[in-house]
Design a protein around this ligand. Structure first.
Ligand code: AMP
Ligand code: ZN
Length: 489
């Protein structure tokens, strides 16, 4: 293979939700990028909308690596403290599910953490440097709360509350007011401000929670917002570079994290709005689905496994995510997923042709270098993956370059997009629902028999074999330009 190297760097610009502007990425520590992503609450399976948040964080991390930064990415696992209502009301999601499934919280957490990790692998999301698990950090959470308690918190019967009026410019991330008239947060009796939130929730007298710890404020559990402040600060150090999450977190969870971070830094004389813990806060927009299948309370909700069971390769979903900019809403549909799969197939077909092709006469890489440059400009422009994808396709189909060079360039591009084109096989991309009873061996055998019949001009038999397959849900695709020969209905 010839040597295609990463082209001259276009400056990386990222959209900072704090300023609602594109900003140049200027690392806190030269040459490094430290990123924290709010991870899942492991009380249920993630839906594919949740997984969009991690595909986005993965593309961000891959882009930072591609641009030469030494990346430290942390994703947390929330196994305690997240209430059923993000606005600090209701029950602990984990406790509720443990009761519903009659299992221990630890069992629930382990089961759904593994399920989440399985989706992470299936979507070719790179392993972060560290997975921080909330229950491993409770002593640090108590210490953090103690640091800020005196100046920023007050105690009620139900817990230790954070006074949002004690920090400068609370809620600027959400563009919300402290005394919000939106009624977005339920009143707890005695709260000083409607937006105040519990950073430590006391176990009510006479009750026992499955997960509870001793603290200066009595037995109880940490608040969800406290967890992320502590884990991000502990592992990455304040200030770190980038904090990510879904756009819903821009409204409550992240403003509350920021308030705590400010309070914490305030003990070092740094209660400045600019001192938000992370320099850049990034948010992916939502994956939506019209019929409400995205809601975990809707019975059969959209899990990655459902897509797989219906016969779609999980990377078709990754492709679907990449086709939209992370800040745009993305609507899920099965047709859309099918189209993403077809696009993936076309790319794979082109790549496989390169594997076999060789044309030593052609010896120019100028055009390819130009495409690589355009590609890196696109991803450097706030992760414009829809545009970057088109340059990857152009490189794959580019006529005036040697196959080896193309392979090299496409490989570099795929380090950012993570479609894993080198690892998947053509046959992996066939649609094959789990419910299908016919085996691939049977399909292949019938197709061979059909080919023989056609060679012998026995068209009646050929048609009969085709009908036989159709009766079992197999659609034979003669002359399929993508060469996939069949699909299961
Ligand atoms: P949770 O487990 O509820 O904390 O959610 C995990 C991540 O998924 C968070 O970053 C959420 O903001 C994000 N998220 C939730 N719903 C969606 C959705 N429909 N589309 C994209 N991201 C989502
Ligand atoms: Zn968080």
């Amino acid at each position: 293979m010839s040597d295609a190297s990463v082209p001259a760097a276009a400056p990386l610009r990222l959209f900072n939700s704090l300023t609602r502007q594109l900003e140049p990425f200027q690392p806190v520590h030269a040459g490094e990028a430290r990123v924290y992503s709010c991870g899942p609450t492991v009380y249920n399976y993630p839906h594919i909308g949740n997984m969009r948040a991690y595909v986005f964080a993965d593309v961000l991390g891959r882009t930072l690596s591609f641009k030469g930064y030494k990346l430290t990415h942390v994703i947390n696992i929330t196994d305690v403290g997240h209430l059923t209502d993000d606005a600090d009301d209701g029950e602990d999601k984990m406790e509720k599910m443990a009761r519903a499934e009659a299992r221990s919280i630890w069992d629930i957490a382990e089961h759904y953490k593994q399920a989440y990790w399985s989706d992470v692998r299936a979507l070719n999301i790179r392993q972060p440097a560290q997975w921080t698990v909330a229950t491993d950090y409770v002593p640090q959470m108590i210490a953090f709360a103690q640091t800020i308690a005196e100046k920023h918190c007050y105690e009620l019967d139900s817990g230790l509350y954070f006074d949002v009026s004690s920090v400068a410019d609370y809620g600027r991330l959400a563009r919300a007011q402290t005394d919000d008239g939106e009624g977005r947060i339920e009143a707890v009796e005695g709260k000083r401000n409607a937006a105040d939130f519990a950073i430590w929730r006391k176990t009510p007298a006479g009750e026992k929670r499955q997960m509870e710890w001793d603290s200066p404020w009595g037995k109880g559990a940490p608040g969800w917002h406290l967890e992320c402040s502590v884990m991000s600060g502990e592992v990455l150090g304040f200030p770190f570079d980038i904090h990510t999450g879904g756009i819903d977190h821009r409204e409550i969870h992240h403003p509350n994290e920021i308030a705590q971070n400010q309070a914490f830094c305030c003990t070092n004389g740094l209660d400045l709005p600019a001192n938000s813990g992370a320099k850049i806060w990034m948010h992916n927009n939502f994956l939506v689905e019209r019929s409400g299948k995205m809601s975990k309370s809707s019975g059969e909700f959209l899990r990655l496994q459902l897509l797989i069971d219906k016969g779609y390769h999980p990377l078709a979903y990754r492709m679907m995510c990449l086709q939209a900019h992370y800040r745009s809403e993305l609507e899920f549909s099965w047709e859309g997923l099918g189209a993403a799969l077809t696009r993936l197939k076309r790319m794979l077909m082109a790549l496989r042709k390169l594997d076999n092709a060789s044309d030593p006469e052609i010896n120019t890489s100028k055009g390819l270098a130009g495409l690589l440059e355009k590609f890196q400009v696109a991803v450097s422009d706030d992760l414009n993956t829809p545009l970057a994808l088109t340059f990857m396709e152009e490189a794959l189909f580019y006529k005036l370059a040697q196959p080896g060079e193309k392979l090299n360039v496409v490989n570099l591009m795929d380090q950012v997009l993570g479609l894993d084109l080198y690892m998947i096989e053509r046959t992996d991309l066939r649609i094959r629902p789990k419910a299908a009873t016919i085996t691939e061996a049977e399909i292949e055998a019938t197709l061979i028999a059909r080919k023989e019949a056609r060679a012998a001009k026995d068209f009646a038999r050929s048609d009969a074999l085709r009908d036989e397959l159709a009766a079992q849900g197999v659609d034979v695709m003669d002359g399929d330009p993508l060469g996939w020969e069949w699909k299961l209905a």
